[in-house]
Design a protein around this ligand. Structure first.
Ligand code: HH2
Length: 274
């Protein structure tokens, strides 16, 4: 196995990660790519539009959701991975070691684990053995209950401390630190104010020295910021503003549903920042 280059050499800043949810119930695109053929076409289109990688997921983690079984998750993602993982840069959005193992065998290069190696004790070893990239994300609580009453004394430093501890754990499992990226987990056990504070003080996370991933695309906090207290999604325009400000504050990978628009916005932002 040839060693992979560090994340920062493989993903220029900014890079777009396109979201391909092969699920009936994801919060903003549930059902849209539920059929494998639709998901495959979406993945190809996203890479054509400039995505550096596509993140294939078979389990919704929206607030209030329950998990899916291993068999069901494999049934959803394997046909998509068989079609595209050898052809396109692919990330697998899973907390399950067996799903990650199959995805990596089929050619996925990154494992995106929203539990940061707390969900499945075998996942770290699977990532380490494959020499794959790993995204560790912060979540307070679990999807079913995480939005009930999230609390922090200082959200940025608490999230940073968590990510640092999970990074040490991943390294202790054999994962090369150079292959790890970190995500504060926008919307995962956080109020609107927590999410905004995390972006405002993104320097606290980037100072950990690893590339940062931000997934603010279409999230409900954006709709709530615009004045709808019951919003369950956010608009494209609001998502673009969040992505551009995250990039300006140091984010490397932006996880988004609308690839073309984000690539355009970030290309302009990069021209100004560079
Ligand atoms: N957000 C979601 C899922 N996976 N992974 C990372 N690293 N960062 C995120 O912010 C993130 C993530 C939730 O968004 P989505 O996949 O669109 O919805 P669902 O979980 O309902 O499928």
């Amino acid at each position: 196995m040839t060693a992979r280059p560090p994340i920062e050499a493989h993903f220029s800043r900014p890079s777009v990660m396109g979201v391909v949810n092969v699920t009936p119930d994801s919060f903003s695109d549930g059902g849209v790519h539920e059929r494998a053929g639709d998901a495959i076409a979406a993945a190809r289109r996203m890479v054509d539009e400039g995505a550096a990688i596509v993140d294939v997921g078979g389990e919704s983690t929206r607030p209030g959701s329950d998990g899916v079984t291993l068999d069901e998750e494999l049934r959803r993602v394997v046909p998509v991975l068989e079609a595209v993982a050898g052809e396109l840069p692919v990330s697998i959005d899973t907390a399950k070691a067996e799903v990650a193992r199959r995805a990596l065998e089929l050619g996925a290069e990154l494992v995106n684990d929203v539990t940061a190696l707390r969900g499945d004790a075998a996942l770290g070893e699977v990532v380490a053995e494959a020499g794959a990239y790993l995204c560790l994300m912060h979540m307070q609580g679990e999807p079913r209950t995480m939005q009930a009453d999230p609390r922090y004394d200082d959200v940025s430093s608490e999230v940073a401390a968590f990510l640092e501890e999970r990074m040490r754990f991943a390294v202790s499992q054999g994962v090369d630190e150079q292959l790890i990226c970190l995500d504060p987990g926008i919307g995962f056990g956080k109020t609107v104010e927590h999410n905004i504070e995390l972006l405002r003080r993104l320097d606290v996370i980037t100072s950990l020295g690893r590339p940062v991933v931000i997934g603010f695309s279409r999230k409900r906090s954006l709709g709530r910021l615009l004045g709808d207290p019951d919003a369950t999604t956010g608009s494209l325009a609001a998502s673009l503003a969040a992505a551009v400000t995250a990039y300006e504050r140091g984010a490397t990978i932006l996880r988004v549903h609308d690839v073309r628009e984000h690539v355009e916005a970030l290309t302009v932002a990069r021209a100004v920042v560079a």
